[in-house]
Design a protein around this ligand. Structure first.
Ligand SMILES: [Mg+2]
Length: 244
């Protein structure tokens, strides 16, 4: 973690904003996504961290679902639906919701017969959870108008193409909090929308689980290593306060 430790050290000298994805980043990937939860150790470390720096979560989950899983921690912003769901509805949201319902009406008859498939309606997007192969899925998804298809872990996300993505969300958080530097940690294809950003302030991008295709500058070997990164941030915070 040495190059990352150096980047974190620099980050914390610059009034940072710390942004995290949830599944596969703060919480381990589990077979049943409804059972996903942070480890108590992760939650405790985040409790300390959120008291020091502004922290935010940007996730593919619906905001209401996400908030329930954050255990009352003091995140300054919680953004759902891959960057599109904020406290106040975006102007494009109504049309996006209509598209999602149209896709649902096509997907339920096309996929409903498969026992290993579950379609999750998140209002502003759909997630198709599947265990095992679904070779006909690309053909079915290609018939959905105005859809952006983003792969996930044991899942495929169907997102209105006109909605903001996670990259847009991080830029918006940057305008809102005006940090001197941003940390973003994520594990999946949708997080690449952040990793490929060009920002005016330093972006320390960290992918959980290295990928040869990732644009992230740093990586953590596995989700279980998130606590080590959070400890690093807390140690750095202590140093930054001592040297201030
Ligand atoms: Mg994730």
């Amino acid at each position: 973690m040495k190059p990352l430790a150096q980047a974190v050290d620099l980050l914390l000298r610059n009034d940072p904003l710390l942004v995290f994805d949830f599944d596969g980043t703060l919480a381990p990937i589990v077979r049943n996504p409804d059972a996903a939860a942070m480890r108590p150790s992760t939650k405790a470390l985040l409790g300390e961290l959120t008291a020091i720096w502004p922290c935010a979560v940007v996730s593919g989950r619906a905001s209401s679902d996400l908030i329930c899983r954050l255990g009352g921690l003091r995140f300054r912003a919680v953004v759902g639906n891959h960057g599109a769901e904020w406290g106040r509805s975006l102007p494009v949201a109504a049309a996006a919701r209509r598209d999602v319902q149209k896709w649902l009406a096509l997907l339920v008859p096309a996929l409903g017969e498969y026992a290993h498939v579950r379609i999750e309606d998140k209002g502003l997007s759909l997630t198709i959870h599947h265990r095992g192969a679904l070779p006909e899925l690309p053909r079915i998804l290609s018939g959905l108008a105005r859809a952006r298809i983003v792969g996930g872990k044991n899942s495929v996300n169907v997102i209105p193409a006109r909605l903001p993505d996670k990259g847009d969300a991080v830029l918006r958080l940057g305008r809102q909090f005006r940090p001197g530097a941003i940390l973003y940690v994520g594990d999946d294809e949708s997080d690449e929308d952040v990793f490929r950003l060009e920002t005016t302030v330093e972006l320390v991008s960290v992918r959980v689980g290295a990928s040869p295709f990732s644009r992230a500058r740093y990586s953590l070997p596995a989700q279980a290593d998130i606590d080590e990164l959070l400890c690093l941030l807390l140690e750095g915070a202590a140093h930054a306060r001592l040297s201030a």
